[in-house]
Design a binder for this molecule. Structure first.
Ligand code: SAH
Length: 253
């Protein structure tokens, strides 16, 4: 049986999905709540990754070992790093890097020791589905179907996302982070705190993984304020709409 895990970082992002879950069954495991049920015709498990790489890795491992999920999809918010990635844009990950991994000089900076790589690629099919769902959702928002507040034209990007155990909340930090990654040949679009950990667990277990992040802030001096407003007002709607579309199109595959 196909069972898809939908992992959110924050409760605000999970609310909307939880409300739509049919025949919900709550199971508490490893200090976390896992919600089993049906969403848009798919067997799913909804869970919170919690915040940071280790917490997210624990949740992902539990989803695979205990709940036998066959795919993991992550929905969350992130800080925009690359110049054109603005608040309200959506980034679909093509791959992940851990920006705080540094075992140099034993291993090159950013390389995962004993993995022989720095980047972890997402599943092509799943991430194409998320990309399409995100484009359709934004087009609908722009056309005024889902919102009354005149939203400026937002874009969907696809590329590298950097994860690490730090809320990046100063322009100087975000510039330094982007420069350091770039000097190793990595152009990151956005920064967050969980994706690369889930990607690594999924790589270990051979479970297809994809992630979509809505940009809540620019990882600059304003980040904490922008983040809080965005999470309260927009994150849940986006998570619900994009994941809903992706699950429905998975049914037709
Ligand atoms: N105390 C806050 C903590 C949020 S941490 C709260 O719960 O209200 C920020 C979360 O959003 C993390 O899950 C991270 O993945 C993502 N995120 C958004 N903007 C970020 C940024 N600028 N830097 C790092 N992570 C960011």
């Amino acid at each position: 049986m196909t069972r898809i895990a939908v992992l959110s970082a924050l409760a605000e992002e999970q609310h909307g999905l939880l409300a739509l879950l049919r025949q919900p069954q709550e199971i508490r495991h490893a200090g976390r709540d896992f919600w089993l049920g049906e969403l848009h015709g798919q067997h799913v498990v909804l869970a919170l990754s919690r915040i940071g790489k280790v917490a997210a890795a624990t949740t992902a491992t539990a989803l695979i070992e205990r709940f036998h999920v066959t795919r993991i999809v992550f929905t969350g918010v992130a800080g925009g790093l690359a110049p054109g990635v603005q608040v309200g844009d959506v980034v679909v990950a093509s791959s992940f890097v851990q920006h705080d991994m540094d075992a140099s000089p034993i291993f090159p900076r950013y390389e995962l020791p004993l993995y022989g790589r720095s980047l972890m690629a997402c599943d092509e099919t799943l991430s194409a589905l998320l990309f399409e769902a995100a484009c359709n959702h934004l087009a609908r928002v722009e056309a005024g179907f889902d919102t009354q507040d005149g939203v400026a034209a937002h874009r969907v990007h696809r590329g590298l996302i950097a994860s690490g155990d730090r809320f990046v909340s100063a322009a100087a930090q975000s510039t330094a982070l982007r420069r350091a990654l770039r000097s190793a040949g990595h152009e990151a679009l956005a920064v967050e705190m969980e994706g690369a950990a889930v990607a690594q667990v999924c790589l270990d277990y051979g479970v297809p993984f994809a992630a979509v992040r809505t940009i809540s802030d620019r990882a600059d001096d304003q980040a904490h304020l922008d983040f809080a407003t965005f999470v309260r007002e927009v994150a849940s709607r986006y998570a619900c709409a994009i994941i809903g579309r992706a699950l429905r199109s998975l049914l037709n595959k």
